[in-house]
Design a protein around this ligand. Structure first.
Ligand SMILES: Cc1cc2nc3c(=O)[nH]c(=O)nc-3n(C[C@H](O)[C@H](O)[C@H](O)COP(=O)(O)OP(=O)(O)OC[C@H]3O[C@@H](n4cnc5c(N)ncnc54)[C@H](O)[C@@H]3O)c2cc1C
Length: 429
């Protein structure tokens, strides 16, 4: 990113911080506007799977989402590639993840690429399918509520406090599942966590690319075309990498994944910077690509992601913290496994998600799933992928429903019963 705007932003942020004073909010009563057995916070891949799993088992389930669609980064964030669901020919992802991909493929909204198992999908189709599966399961959806705080009695979460156009109100529940990606609920509830950053992206899509011409140029001289794209990205102001993938549609649609710059995904100032400077850079990259990369002469910007691409922020420090040693080797197994994941970067790696990684140490009535699960900075790299988030969400929703059925705290759910339930739903264990 250009030094000028970055420095101006840093100065402005510093001025805001140094001139800030504090004030005391008056105590006030707020209404409990909704109640549910299971309250799922955040409607990304993990949250959708959690809500579907809990509701399919008969739990009265409410899914809370700040934006007006479901799917999280996979839809609003324009993250459009599902990694392989297999490892070395063995199935890894079953259950709700496999069902979702199968339903996308059957609807003509997802196409596997090359000989591999990985798949592109249409974000609008996943938006619709996610809400359809949630409603079909019997769970309710409440959009346009921002989880701002948690009401905790003793150690137990009793309500999520949300802000909305209708003001601040509480959503009471018996079990809560934090799938906000950023751990907004567990942080407010007092659970331990770590936070770290990684380059934030702002995916976008181009159309009218002459894909055949581009691919031919790449076949003639892969290094030159690759360097032309990265040079264009540098001139446009991308600090990190830009990846272009032709979508399997007939209209020259190209998905542009990227790493714009390293900022704090929990800071409104930093996120504002990434989105505004990012859209400036995207306008410039279109001009650069048109001028320098064969096949992009008529490229047209279709859209930029409406949800900024935060790769990592808070990670729970739960009953077990998954580390590099758990995700970087073949066949790492746990007795309390509630699903399996794999590494999008390479075959030959498959690992278990131990139930303890979903359970906070200090807070009761709460489970955590998705990219804010309990793991190290390094381990999150494979864990945070969409298909793995579906697995974790399904495990959390199933455990929540089982705890209610058995009348036990979520942290004490009998693992053998949970595993039997998950296996019955097609989850690979
Ligand atoms: C640029 C980029 C490229 C990526 N590329 C790939 C890829 O190619 N393949 C892949 O599989 N994965 C990829 N990923 C990772 C993947 O997209 C995410 O890690 C995954 O979507 C995380 O799922 P999640 O459900 O945990 O969280 P999210 O998808 O972040 O969903 C969280 C949901 O919670 C909601 N929410 C958050 N806070 C609140 C709140 N306070 N109140 C109410 N609602 C809230 C959000 O609006 C959102 O809907 C990429 C990520 C990025 C950023």
């Amino acid at each position: 990113m250009a030094a000028g705007p970055a420095r101006r932003l840093a100065e402005r942020t510093h001025a805001m911080r140094t001139s800030a004073t504090t004030l005391t909010e008056p105590t006030r009563e707020i209404p409990i506007r909704h109640t549910a057995d299971v309250v799922v916070c955040g409607g990304g891949p993990a949250g959708v799977a959690a809500a579907v799993a809990a509701a399919r088992r008969g739990a009265d389930t409410l899914l809370l989402e700040r934006y007006g669609c479901l799917g999280g980064l996979a839809t609003g964030g324009l993250v459009l590639v599902l990694p392989s669901f297999e490892d070395s020919g063995r199935p890894i992802i079953g259950g709700i993840g496999l069902e979702t991909r199968t339903r996308l493929v059957e609807a003509g909204a997802s196409v596997c690429r090359g000989g591999a198992d990985a798949a592109f999908f249409d974000p609008e189709a996943l938006k619709w399918l996610s809400q359809h599966m949630v409603r079909e399961s019997g769970a309710r959806i409440l959009h346009h509520v921002w989880i701002a705080s948690a009401h905790v009695e003793g150690q137990r979460v009793r309500a999520a406090i949300v802000e909305s156009k209708a003001g601040r109100f509480a959503v009471a529940g018996r079990v809560f599942i934090d799938c906000t990606g950023d751990g907004d609920l567990f942080a407010a509830a007092g659970a331990s966590f770590e936070a770290s950053t990684q380059q934030i992206g702002l995916p976008f899509r181009l159309c009218h690319v002459d894909v055949a011409r581009w691919k031919q140029a790449a076949a003639d001289d892969r290094a030159a075309v690759g360097e032309a794209i990265q040079a264009a990205a540098r001139r446009a102001g991308f600090e990190g990498w830009l990846g272009l993938e032709a979508m399997p549609t007939p209209d020259g649609l190209v998905w542009c994944n990227n790493m714009l710059c390293d900022r704090d995904g929990l800071s409104p100032e930093d996120l504002s910077y990434v989105e505004t400077a990012g859209r400036d850079a995207i306008r410039r990259i279109v001009t650069e690509l048109r001028a320098t990369v064969p096949g992009f002469e008529r490229a047209w910007l279709v859209d930029t992601a409406s949800q900024v691409g935060v790769r990592r922020s808070r990670r729970l420090i739960g009953e077990y913290v998954m580390g590099d040693e758990d995700t970087a080797q073949f066949d790492r197994r746990f007795d309390d496994a509630v699903g399996r994941g794999n590494d999008f970067r390479q075959q030959g790696i498959a690992f278990d998600f131990p139930y303890r990684a979903l359970v906070p140490r200090e807070v009761d009535g709460l489970l955590v799933a998705g990219r804010c699960v309990s793991c190290s900075h390094e381990a999150l790299e494979p864990i945070r992928e969409i298909h793995n988030c579906w697995v974790m969400g399904e495990a959390a929703g199933t455990a929540a429903a089982l705890s209610l059925r058995l009348g036990c705290p979520v942290r004490d759910v009998p693992i053998a019963s949970l595993q039997a339930d998950l296996r019955g739903a097609g989850v690979v264990l």
